[in-house]
Write a protein that binds this ligand. Structure first.
Ligand SMILES: *Cc1c(COP(=O)(O)O)cnc(C)c1O
Length: 384
């Protein structure tokens, strides 16, 4: 099976992990701070907090921004469920914004209209979580402008988008947001096994997230509220164990060294698909000129009603031929858990049109040209 995505592990990665395994510290050693420093540098943010998943990062990001029961988060209707679940972890509510059919990102116009209505009804969101779908950045400047007008905070779910940029600025620099979150799950751009991180330019948000990552416990003498002696540490908040291990961080540091090569290869593969699928009745990912996508995913959309009606069959045929197609994502409000929570989620036209026509086809750095030509031939055979 040619999977839709896959990690690339080199001998250098293995050696880096082995060094940690032979060292005294498997966790909370020197690698995590080094990983954080590298990440902050790569994305041009001041601070990074490494954790054990992007899901954990989203959770502590929401808490650090003060999300509480009674609060409200909006996110993109087409995303992984973690983008919405983080709100519920905090006892807050979540609602969904429709997507732009061309970029699959949160639609700025829909967001603006929804904010306008919410403002009149007195139910504005506390936090908006845009998702950089497939690795192409949302228009953060536009969302940043709306946040000033309506007073919400912004967490970028950049799980797909490490190494991407928008108008020559790296995704994650938080110029228009409070916090950006990355995932280092093996299917993402680079991996730490399981892993994630939150980045920010705010020293106070960094400090809050550091505390929440590790039980809400601090040992730094300057931060202690009391001090009973040298043994003393104290819990100041209800935190979690969301720490990244040094084993994971060492893998990530080693992978960072290849980040630009990986993005380059993913862009090459995307370009080849764009060129070779262009004459088929498909809608291909639209590439915004000012954006450089990291191409975590390559999503094709069936462009005729006839093909959409045959989507199940096309999907199964591709899998039967050894192509690990997938669907990213089911509109979050369609999951049974979300349907059961409330009947107030509206079916969104952009998300529905996407869901009925989208298929993720394989893209990963060590995909061979032969693999890719095979995928193209199979698609041709099914849609012509
Ligand atoms: C993968 C992903 C997550 C969750 O990442 P984990 O590291 O697996 O917790 C969150 N949001 C989006 C958009 C993702 O693709």
């Amino acid at each position: 099976m040619i999977p839709y995505g896959k990690q690339e592990i080199t001998e250098a990665d293995i050696a880096a992990v082995e060094r940690v395994l032979r060292s005294p510290m498997l966790t909370q050693g020197p690698c995590v701070p080094h990983f954080e420093e590298k990440l902050a540098n790569i994305v041009s943010a001041k601070y990074a907090v490494a954790v054990n998943s992007a899901t954990s990062a989203l959770h502590i990001a929401c808490l650090a921004l003060g999300l509480k029961p009674g609060g409200l988060v909006w996110t993109s209707s087409i995303s992984f469920v973690a983008s919405a679940n983080c709100a519920l972890y905090c006892g807050a509510e979540v609602d969904f914004v429709d997507i732009n059919p061309d970029t699959f990102n949160m639609c700025i116009q829909s967001l603006e209209e929804k904010l306008h209505i919410a403002n009149k009804q007195g139910c504005l969101p506390d936090i908006v979580i845009p998702v950089h779908m497939c690795g192409q950045s949302c228009d953060m400047q536009a969302i940043g402008k709306l946040s000033k007008k309506y007073g919400f905070r912004i967490i970028e779910d950049a799980s797909h988008a490490i190494g991407a940029s928008f108008i020559n600025q790296p995704v994650g620099n938080c110029r228009y947001s409070d916090i950006a979150v990355f995932s280092f799950h093996p299917v993402k751009i680079i991996t730490t096994g399981e892993g994630g991180a939150a980045v920010t330019n705010s020293a106070s948000l960094k400090k809050k997230m550091d505390l929440l990552r590790s039980h809400g416990v601090t040992r730094s003498p300057n931060d202690l509220l009391k001090n009973d002696g040298e043994w003393y540490y104290e819990q100041q908040e209800l935190g979690f164990n969301y720490r990244m291990t040094d084993i994971a961080a060492a893998l990530g540091i080693s992978q960072f060294d290849r980040l630009q090569n990986i993005i380059e290869r993913r862009n090459q593969l995307a370009k080849f698909y764009n060129e070779n699928l262009a004459s088929l009745p498909l809608k291909l990912p639209s590439i915004i000129e000012s954006a450089r996508s990291s191409f975590h995913l390559y999503v094709i959309r069936l462009a005729t009603r006839e093909l959409i009606n045959r989507k199940s069959e096309i999907f199964s045929e591709m899998r039967a031929k050894g192509i690990g197609v997938n669907l990213h994502y089911i509109p979050i409000y369609r999951h049974p858990y979300y349907e059961a929570r409330t009947t107030s989620y509206k079916s969104l036209p952009g998300a529905e049109a996407y869901y009925e026509s989208a298929i993720s086809i394989p893209i990963f750095p060590n995909m061979t040209d032969d693999n890719q030509n095979f995928v193209i031939r199979v698609i041709e055979g099914l849609v012509i």
